[in-house]
Design a protein around this ligand. Structure first.
Ligand code: NAP
Ligand code: MG
Length: 404
């Protein structure tokens, strides 16, 4: 069989530890035999980030701006322990944070649904995608403890020195204070990324805040979403047969639990942090969660939601057998290849990406899976495979699908 050709390169961002091992195996067993891979390779492994003073991360983000689509392996975010382990020159920032800041994107996370791995919420039949705004609010707040009687105010001083004041509280005793902000630009970009992603994936978009209590702050989010929707997206949504729906966050939580799934839930920064862990856990497993960064300028970066699976990597280094689930990392590749195929109008590449996803799902549904899934499946008799054998099993299923 002739290999599938690509016309534009993908930005390939390699990473660390067990996911770096998976990366090599996935390319060798599941991609190279079928596709003439055309990638611009950036090694974001911590060793190379350290060698380049993290310039490689910046270069890879710039390449994504140039080429439009990237696939990223999980990477280590350095902490004190990693400083010694890797003898680092400095405690580099999280690559995801650096890339997100440069592409100005919103992160969408969705579970991969497989029969036999049942969500804890019985009504959920389709994935729920969480879109988390990744700028500001409590994550960029200033805080203060006050020890006694006094007046607290918010003061804004404009360029000409004019002051705008708002009383927070007249304290009679000790207390705590917090000041946070967001930017109209950032909220607009968040809204556009959400509307574009809803159109891309043909799913309804829900958005919720606490605008009844926060009449200026949260209400601004609601207003910006509505203005952009009315002006730029209402017709496109109608044409695609999908809807945009705003409600209070309390109401959204209740509706999400009663729903069948199959929509995107846009959340402010804190809500998205909390709700994405809730939704991921309720769907069954972190190892089955995909993640894509969508920029308002139309750049896409695909990855798995989990980390580098450090504990498994140390077993692997000792020569012990591992049973690491590669599915979310495979789906990062299929997401990127399908997007590349759609943009470049390469039907066989799109078809290959769909078949590789189907092969993963079918292999698990046929009872062959890694240990993380074997522990939670409703299949009474699963076959637990190690990392390499599971990838080989997917290869076999894929070959069957490609032959048809
Ligand atoms: P992790 O890599 O997500 O793994 C946490 C635990 O979840 C694992 O020990 C494993 O449980 C289970 N798990 C996660 N993915 C799995 C998979 N594919 N197959 C089977 N089990 C899986 O988180 P971590 O160990 O806390 O973090 C390790 C490193 O990843 C850190 O240096 C962190 O900075 C980095 N990280 C990177 C990203 C990213 O690049 N996007 C995201 C998060 C964390 P058991 O050990 O019980 O089997
Ligand atoms: Mg969290």
């Amino acid at each position: 069989m002739a290999k599938i050709k690509m016309t534009t390169p993908l930005v390939e961002m390699d990473g660390d530890e067990m996911t770096r091992v998976l990366w090599g195996l996935i390319k060798e067993e599941l991609l190279n035999p079928f596709v003439e891979l055309n990638t611009e390779y950036y090694d974001l492994g911590l060793v190379h980030r350290n060698e380049t003073n993290d310039q490689v991360t910046i270069d890879s983000a710039n390449a994504t701006k140039r080429l439009g689509v990237a696939v990223k392996c999980a990477t280590i975010t350095p902490n004190a322990a990693r400083m010694t382990e890797y003898d680092l020159k400095e405690m580099y920032k999280s690559p995801n944070g650096t890339i997100r800041a440069m592409l100005d994107g919103t992160v969408f996370r969705a579970p991969i649904i497989v029969k036999g791995i049942e969500p804890y919420v019985r009504t959920w039949k389709k994935p729920i995608t969480i879109a988390r705004h990744a700028y500001g609010d409590v994550y960029k707040a200033s805080e203060m403890k006050v020890s006694g009687k006094g007046k607290a105010e918010i003061v804004f001083t404009d360029e000409n020195g004019n002051e705008q004041r708002e009383l927070i509280h007249n304290f009679n005793g000790a207390g705590i204070l917090q000041g946070m902000h967001n930017l109209e630009d950032s909220i607009e970009n968040f809204a556009k990324s959400c509307f574009n992603f809803a159109l891309d994936t043909k799913q309804d978009l829900w958005f919720a805040t606490k605008d009844t209590i926060s009449k200026k702050y949260d209400h601004t989010f609601k207003d910006i979403f509505q203005e952009i929707f009315d002006k730029e997206y209402a017709d496109k949504f109608k044409e695609a047969g999908i809807e945009y729906f705003y409600t209070l966050i309390d109401d959204a939580v209740a509706r999400v639990i009663r729903s069948e799934g199959g929509f995107i839930w846009a959340c402010k920064n804190y809500d998205g942090d909390v709700m994405s862990d809730m939704v991921a856990t309720a769907f069954g497993s972190l190892s089955m969660m995909t993640s894509v960064l969508v920029s308002p300028h139309g750049y896409y970066e695909y990855e798995a939601a989990h980390g580098t699976v450090q504990r498994h990597y140390y077993k692997h280094l000792k020569g012990e057998e591992t049973s690491t689930n590669p599915i979310a990392t495979i789906f990062a590749w299929t997401g990127a290849l399908r997007k590349r195929g759609e943009i470049d109008k390469l039907n066989d590449l799109v078809d290959f990406a769909n078949k590789l996803e189907k092969a993963c799902i079918k292999t698990v549904e046929d009872g062959k899976m890694t240990k993380d899934l074997a522990l939670i499946t409703t299949d009474p008799n699963p076959t637990t495979l190690n990392t390499q054998d599971f990838i080989k099993a997917v290869r076999e299923t894929l070959e069957g699908l490609m032959a048809n």
